[in-house]
Write a protein that binds this ligand. Sequence first.
Ligand code: PMP
Length: 396
Amino acid sequence: MFSHLPPYAGDPILSLMEQFQRDERSNKVNLSIGIYTDGRGVVPVLPSVRTASAAVAETGAPYVYLPMEGHAAYRQAVAKLLFGADLPSAEHLAIVQTLGGSGALKVGADLIARFFPQPTIWLPDPTWDNHVGIFEGAGFKTERYPYYDAQTKGLNFNGMLDKLQSLPKGAVVLLHPCCHNPTGVDPTRAQWEQIIAVVEQRGLLPFFDLAYQGFAESLDDDIWPVREAVRRQIPFFLSNSFSKIFSLYSERIGALSVFCPQAGQAANVLGQLKLTVRRNYSSPARNGALLVAHVLNDDKLATQWRAEVEEMRVRVRDMRVKLASQLKSAVPDQDFSFLLRQNGMFGYTGLTSAQVDRLREEFGVYAVGTGRICVAGLNDSNVARVAETMAEVLRG
Ligand code: PMP
């Protein structure tokens, strides 16, 4: 019956994770997967979440199904966090709770594929690998727009803008509002203004994917492009994830928002989102939503959580500075300042895949084949060794 099924080669990043777990070297370092570890190298349970977890357990509420669109207080709190003072009314905003950011991308992709036949999505080159998997899995054709400039190790802004300008009206364009995965390279505010202006003039449909809100500048600054789209009345999709910023990876908690400038349309969009959810997995899980809603709806806990996000952001930035300066001392003829211009959890090192292989095989330092490292996996106990071993492979 199943003899025609080919073997699964495995996900490149998750396979590295498995290989890392089997590695017996005591000084191994995992910089492959996008997980934040604290200064002790441990994935934290945020204190705000710990408090919320106790309060949620205390209620002893029964495990009834959530509605298809998710937990009501969660959806309201998330909408406030995302849109702040620009929060659209329910006439304009359809928001559903999803299984992490991935679930939001999938529900959004399915909805678009149902009502805009033969869809194409333009993804940045490069982008998170699973964007291709999720959108192609939903029936999309995937295309690329220029993004990263390997020469300058920065943004190919002109290439990006030219491509966006050439796209047909209604083209779906995936944009990372901050902390671009995998490069860490983000447009400046002035560049975002131009990008949003082109989106508006050309009538493109942005699909914002926000997995790292708060890890670049701040929770409010990092979502500026999305709020600007609201101010300019541009329709869009927005997926957001609490995996990283609440350290709730396995709870699979996120949301999909659809902004509808024309009043009244959000009701039908919400209805179709519910149907999409119903057809896929019927309704989302409860615990992650209760935790996030409890934190965000309690002023004191919300303030505490904001400080915890800031602490994670600052720690990663410190590690960037340490890595760049130690690399500079070890390889003085090379410039590592590009690492300091990147945002978020990832560093795009410029290491070739052969150099990445050598790092892993000889030194037990795991990075992704593209040269991406998770800076959030560095700490004071491993940063010097990582810099030394990177310097070693860079010297050849
Ligand atoms: N989008 C991007 C850009 C990501 O980096 C990630 C997580 N690696 C996701 C979406 C998915 O997030 P989640 O783990 O919440 O599904």
